[in-house]
Write a protein that binds this ligand. Structure first.
Ligand code: ADP
Length: 506
């Protein structure tokens, strides 16, 4: 086996995932280098690193997406490896190649595996050849409307027009009748051209009410294994909001079949490190390959909790040529884990991202709770990047208890100064359909009530503000022992206590 010892890792990312990676590095005795834009100069992940390098102004194109600046930062700080995190450059083959060409270790798959999975039609051909079930449809781009009509008739309506270079649900159109097809091909293609610089589109059968179930894989120089499934059906506009492991819809037998398909997908492209195969799971129990994400994913912690593995540590080991530390033999999930993505999306404002200073943040804690955050009290939110502030993960012996633990944590969590989607999570977790696991990828489209602002949210917001004022007053009265300060603290303490009692918060 080729060993490539690592000593210092540059993390080419920001926020919670940068911190997550740095923590794993520290556990392994590796030094860390942060890179940051001007918007992140004061961010927790920058302070957590052993060294840090400013790479440019806030706009991603001028900072986190600048391959030249990142390589220069790695060389200037003596880093010998680069971890791309998720998003930004993590799935750009050109970045993986540039890192390797500079003599550094890329903590991810070979550039060739990223290329193979990057184009959807070529990935579909590769997967079909490897025996991985794909959604019925075309395996090459369609330019001729007559040919497209023939494919659509063969697979049966409804069909989905998809962009070959797709991402984030862009360039996708559902077509329910033959008459709609020519128009959908044109609009999807021009949207794809605008978004990806490539107007190629193809057809897939539209699967009604499937679940999104994905399989985590790990591959070192000898073995490719799967680490079970995550269900990510709770999505809004193709953005995942809540994920869990395992899935209520996956039996041990189905897990092995889906796992074997994901392993075959990884082997077919010479995969190394941590990757994820996304599948649609139809109500019939059939599953279809959607795409492979060639990086660590936002929702990786739910897998870590139920399988007792550290996926980032495994990435570091595999990148330095060590074997993965996971014993041979089948892995069995222990209990249930759920993740809620806490975003700065304002329910009272059409769920648009809100910016501002987080005046006060109280993170949940206690048994079964894991908090992965990129922010703290005093952090300033920016609209330049993703609106995710933190991830809250609950782990318990079964799903019902994981929901209860998550509900307790969502009660404890308080964010003052920036509107968040916490009210949505509270409503979702209390919903009987969700509690039964009766979900699919259109669940949230049918349930706008869960996303809407309500009077309860306003009450909780008031409590949060009162609590923040109390904390502030207590700080002041500790410093100044003037009678006026003490009287103020007493007044807001009783107001807060009253409000808190009324809403069951303590
Ligand atoms: P993107 O790369 O743009 O995110 P995906 O292929 O991952 O595109 O699809 C995005 C989402 O669209 C999926 O998570 C699923 O919700 C839905 N979707 C994709 N393909 C189909 C299909 N054939 N039938 C039904 N829904 C689909």
């Amino acid at each position: 086996m080729t060993r490539r010892p690592m000593r210092r890792v540059l993390v080419a990312n920001r926020g919670e995932i940068a911190l997550r990676i740095m923590r794993a590095c520290r556990d392994e005795g590796l030094e860390t280098v942060a890179v940051y834009s001007d918007a992140d100069a004061q961010a927790p992940f920058v302070r957590a690193a052993d060294q840090s390098v400013r790479i440019g102004p806030p706009a991603p194109a001028e900072s986190y997406l600048r391959i030249d600046a990142l390589i220069a930062a790695a060389q200037a700080t003596g880093a010998d490896a680069v971890h791309p995190g998720y998003g930004f450059l993590s799935e750009r083959a050109a970045f993986a190649q540039a890192v390797t060409d500079a003599g550094l270790i890329f903590i991810g798959p070979p550039a060739s595996a990223i290329v193979a999975m990057g184009d959807k039609t070529s990935a579909r051909r590769l997967m079909a050849a490897a025996g991985v079930p794909i959604v019925p449809g075309s395996t090459k781009a369609l330019t001729d409307p007559d040919e497209a009509a023939k494919v659509a008739t063969k697979i049966g309506y409804p069909v989905l027009v998809k962009a070959a270079a797709g991402g984030g649900g862009k360039g996708m159109r559902i077509v329910r009748t033959p008459a709609e097809l020519p128009g959908a091909l044109t609009t999807a293609s021009s949207e794809a051209l605008k978004s990806f610089g490539d107007g190629s589109v193809y057809l897939e059968k539209y699967i009604e009410l499937p679940r999104h179930v994905e399989i985590q894989i790990l591959a070192d120089q000898v073995r490719t294994i799967h680490v079970g499934e995550r269900e990510c059906s709770i999505q809004r506009r193709h953005q995942k909001l809540v994920e869990e492991a395992p899935s209520v819809a996956v039996s041990a037998e189905l897990r092995e079949r889906m796992g074997a398909a994901a392993v075959a997908a990884g082997v077919a492209v010479g995969y190394r490190g941590a990757g994820t195969c996304e599948f649609l799971l139809a109500a019939s129990g059939e599953f279809y390959f959607l795409e492979m994400n060639t990086r660590i994913q936002v929702e990786h912690p739910v897998t870590e909790e139920v399988y007792g593995v550290d996926l980032v540590r495994e990435q570091l080991r595999i990148a330095s040529g060590l074997p993965m530390s996971i014993p041979e033999g089948p892995l069995v999930p222990r209990g249930w884990a759920i993740e809620c993505r806490i975003t700065s999306e304002d329910p009272a404002n059409g769920l648009l991202p809100s910016a501002g200073v987080i005046q006060w943040l109280r993170a949940p804690a206690g048994p079964g709770i894991r908090w992965e955050s990129g922010v703290e009290s005093g952090s300033e939110g920016t609209l330049y990047y993703d609106s995710m502030l933190a991830k809250l993960i609950a782990h318990a012996p079964d799903r019902a208890r994981a929901i209860a633990v998550m509900q307790r944590a969502l009660q404890e969590l308080m964010v003052v100064g920036v509107a968040t989607n916490v009210p949505f999570h509270r409503k979702l977790l209390a919903d009987p359909d969700f509690q039964r696991g009766d979900i699919d990828i259109q669940f949230l489209e049918r349930r706008p009530d869960l996303m809407a602002a309500s009077d309860d949210d306003a009450a909780i917001e008031r409590i949060a503000i009162a609590a923040a004022l109390l904390a502030e007053d207590q700080r002041i009265s500790r410093r100044v022992s003037a009678p006026a300060g003490a009287a103020n603290a007493g007044a807001s303490a009783s107001a807060w206590t009253q409000l808190a009692r009324r809403d069951g918060l303590r």
